[in-house]
Design a protein around this ligand. Sequence first.
Ligand SMILES: Cc1ncc(COP(=O)(O)O)c(C=O)c1O
Length: 580
Amino acid sequence: MAPPLDLSHHFSYSTKKRELSNIKDLYKYFLIPGIANIAGGLPNSSYFPYDTLEAAVAHPQRFAPSGKDSDDARSSRVTVPRESPAANPLQKIDVNTALQYGIVDGLPPLATFVREFTRNHLHSNVPYTNGPDTLLTCGATDGFSKAIEAFTNIWDPDRDWVHHREGILCEEFVYMNAVSTVKPRGLNVAPVAMDAQGMLAHGKGGLADVLENWNQRKGRRPHLLYTITIGQNPTGGILSVERRKEIYALCKEYDIIIIEDDPYWNLQYPSAARLAAKYRSVATTSSSTSTRNYNANGRSSGYKFLDSLVPSYLSIDTDGRVVRLDTFSKTIAPGCRLGWITAQPAVIERISRITETSTQQPSGFVQAMVAELIMGQQVGDHAAAKNKQSDQSWRMDGWVRWLEGLRGEYERRMQDMCSTLEDGKYIIDSDDVTQSTEDSSWEVVDRVQMYDFVWPEGGMFVWIKACFETHALYHKYPVEKLSRAFWVFLTQSPHLCLLAPGSMFAFSKGATERSYCYYRLCFAAVPGDEVQDIAERLTGGFRAFWQKKDLDGIDVDGDVSGMLQSLHTPDMGNMLGTGC
Ligand SMILES: Cc1ncc(COP(=O)(O)O)c(C=O)c1O
């Protein structure tokens, strides 16, 4: 194993110039037990109006893992005390510490837990000396924005030469917030063709093609690649290890930093390929039916569940060119605004400098509550043994069990939605044909396919492709209009389904043209026991629309904001997945 490469030439001008905040540098001395701290401008913690922070919380076994059905509805209480008796700052989870100004790393016990989870369990095989570092963020959005600040300079067409313009590669259908982050900085957004797995390494429009044929008149060849590799948003694919290796080799060759945004990493569905094959009567390969151990040739994560998950780009990152974004938004709650970045230490050091003068660290309330939930009071071995009965915290085992339970919940929803969609793909188009025999009539029956989709192997979305070419109005209206009419039609009674139109995820001319056939369905957002009913309403909507001979009564040119008011319609099946 070699140390990570020096990639400092990728840093932006301002990132190179950042210096350690001298006041933040003092913070580490605040942690010395008994120190008389008269240096910092800290408010007095005895005036904080919270004596404790308390909550009733779930047991880690609340949700059954895939293939099991033993939910546990119990909850227990956790309390963050005003002052922890622990002398060691790494064990102090209390109000006085969490709500005070603190070091950029975050609340020490939580920062340590995240680091340990990341290095020992989530990515137990990172191939550079001493492994990666972590830094707490206010969620993946914050992590991405800091990574972009670290690696890119703003480009202004009225001020800067075009050859200074930087760029970022991404999947051709991509999470829109990422594009909204980079576009105002003047970056070129360079789409790369994809298939059901995700980004293509080779072939037309694949990464190699885009890089080899880069037109310098548009700006510099991109030095960043943004990718969502597990449960891709919006397409739901999982990028295989084999494809990762091909893409990584190209990034090495062209010196590209990979920003891997993986909010859905624990939501990987081994049943998707098997069920799709069963419904479609095709043979499965043995690798798609058995659970793999991705760490079989390296260090185990310590958990069968984690070993079975397709590993991050970090697992092949010999150079240290991967910056990974994680979040608690999908594993605890989006409102936590808590996540972390994992990267080689020199990158984490620069992003720490950016954090010092922006968010400083995530909210103390959230850090304390999450630390208490997962770690519990860290009061030393003797007291811990005495308190074992009353200690309801999850610890590492409970945290991993919780992640597995969430996977089980979302996998069942995915199965409910996809099996219903599978059953409703066709409409029967029958034409009575004249009687040909004395006592029997017969008819010609045509099965017309209205849509197609790939069973998502991960995440929260089904990417469905409407086959508008089989619709009677296909030659009468442009696809863009038909697509919008269909979207509006679905929001109307009795269908009442709100889908995310594919065009929301397309940022190039080619992708936009193709996007009109696609819609993203979020099976996570609707109540679990309604997934099937809502999917049936959707297939009913398809059938009704495919029988239409005109677009009368559909306000195709209506104002979108007006239509979105329909979100507040009772019974609306909201598959938009608002906010993501
Ligand atoms: C790909 C992707 N990245 C980032 C986010 C936002 O994550 P966070 O809430 O941690 O900012 C989402 C949310 O839906 C997402 O789908």
